[in-house]
Design a protein around this ligand. Structure first.
Ligand code: GDP
Ligand code: MG
Length: 437
């Protein structure tokens, strides 16, 4: 999904002004990408409608960076789709807090029960796990092993008792032993099944849980959303834990659940280990889906720091290849205002840490470049052609660098300028062709 969305939106960022048609085309691609990612049909329809309405607004089209503004809107709407803010576990005002785990077989209930206990223990809670899955032969043993691993007690009564009675007894036990959170692991079925629902409903009516967490397998996409609807209709769930997100490249379930059921995703499972349960942050998930690091942070920083008029002036110079070392220095300074270089690069879409490693400009090199330019006279900055070998030696001495470095920079600058000139000419011919051809 990330890649498809990036492609669809990437086409917008290259453009200066956007027309309604540009936005339309991009939204069509966004819609396809979302549908392919198994996002609920109605959710997709609503989503693209909202983005389009906001994108075609005047403010966006008139801004300096309309493409980026559209991406920001997509990010905002994705975040909104998933509920805007993190929703935490609702602890009971007088303990114990009772959490009922439910879901289909294999969704990850037992594993998540252990992860949650691990997580709560770190918050200085004293959880108790309850084995109410009496059907699957090894289920009780599995929970006991999980409990041992995370060093949390497990309450079980074998498989000869009714799960409702086990739950009742567990709560008594927990109260007596000072457990402030009681997590009840229940049985699942392969499919939604009346008997199963009834059993969980009975447990619910007796234990009156503070949280009913539905555990869903992210890899099942829209099926997970359907399961969520059924469980919610019957039980009134309070939240969702979306497991196996580590294996879900599409993101369809994550994007649809909140919009379809209006129930928050509270945690996501990112692996089989106990420390791989994370609180769900809609904004971070949206950025992850867009694969854009913290682009918004970057856009905000850039808007705060870069003078729009100066930027336009610079663009003109670049187009006419009248770019000098003076302008270059200006650019370096503006970039510096944004923050440390590696941080800035980390915020650019498509630039992950891997790309960073391959990147040759380091903070140190930029420092050298700056020093070299500063050692040039004003005349030299504007007409680098006059920099002969004796001037090169002087500049190298003055900047504490070597003649080789000065040479390298001069050569690079010359080539860049040549390229700019070529671009400028290309653009001119293209415009002519467009007009007369
Ligand atoms: P239950 O039947 O709902 O209790 O499901 P289990 O807790 O037994 O989990 C079923 C399988 O899913 C196990 O092999 C777990 O290790 C695996 N699993 C659970 N959560 C995650 C997760 O977040 N990521 C991955 N990769 N595997 C998970
Ligand atoms: Mg289980």
């Amino acid at each position: 999904l990330s890649e498809k969305l990036q492609n669809a939106l990437g086409k917008l960022t290259g453009k200066g002004k956007l027309s309604e048609k540009d936005v339309d085309i991009a939204m069509r691609e966004v819609r396809l990408a979302l549908l392919e990612a198994d996002v609920n049909f109605k959710v997709v329809k609503n989503f693209t409608k909202n983005v389009k309405e906001r994108a075609i607004g005047n403010e966006v089209m008139q801004s300096l960076t309309p493409g980026q503004q559209v991406i920001k809107i997509v990010n905002d709407e994705l975040t909104k789709l998933m509920g805007d803010k993190e929703v935490k576990i609702a602890f009971a005002s007088s303990p114990p807090t009772i959490i009922l785990m439910c879901g289909l077989q294999g969704a990850g209930k037992t594993t998540t029960t252990g992860k949650l206990a691990y997580n709560l223990k770190k918050q200085n809670k004293r959880p108790l796990l309850v084995a109410c899955d009496i059907y699957r032969p090894a289920a009780i043993k599995q929970l006991e092993v999980v409990g041992e691993k995370v060093d949390v007690p497990v309450f079980s009564m074998g498989n000869k008792h009714d799960p409702v009675d086990i739950a009742k007894a567990a709560i008594e036990h927990g109260k007596k032993h000072g457990n402030d959170v009681i997590i009840i692991d229940t049985a699942g079925r392969l499919h939604i099944d009346e008997n199963l629902m009834e059993e969980i409903e009975n447990i619910k009516n007796i234990v009156k849980p503070n949280e009913i967490l539905l555990v869903l397998d992210a890899m099942t996409g829209q099926d997970a959303v359907n399961v969520a609807e059924s469980f919610d209709d019957k039980l009134g769930i309070t939240g969702v834990v979306l497991t196996k997100l580590d294996g879900d490249a599409r993101g369809g379930a994550a994007l649809s659940i909140r919009a379809v059921t209006d129930k928050p995703i509270k945690f996501v499972g990112m692996g089989e280990k106990f420390d791989q349960l994370e609180p769900f942050h809609p904004d971070r998930m949206a950025s992850r889906i867009l694969g854009m690091g913290d682009v918004l942070g970057l856009i905000e920083k850039a808007q705060a720091n870069i003078d729009a008029e100066k930027a336009m002036e610079l663009e003109k110079k670049i187009r006419s290849a009248q770019f000098t070392f003076e302008d270059f220095l200006d650019q370096l300074e503006q970039m510096r205002n944004l923050g440390p270089l590696d941080q800035i690069i980390g915020m650019i879409p498509g630039m992950n840490s891997k790309a960073l490693k391959g990147l040759e400009v380091s903070e140190k090199e930029i420092g050298h470049i700056e020093a070299i330019i500063k050692s040039m006279t004003k005349k030299e900055r504007e007409n680098p052609e006059i920099i002969d070998s004796s001037r090169r030696k002087r500049i190298a001495n003055g900047s504490g660098t070597s003649v080789q470095e000065v040479n390298k920079l001069l050569k690079q600058f010359k080539e860049t300028k040549k390229m700019m000139k070529r671009f400028g000419e290309m653009e001119k011919t293209m415009k002519k062709k467009g007009k007369f051809g």
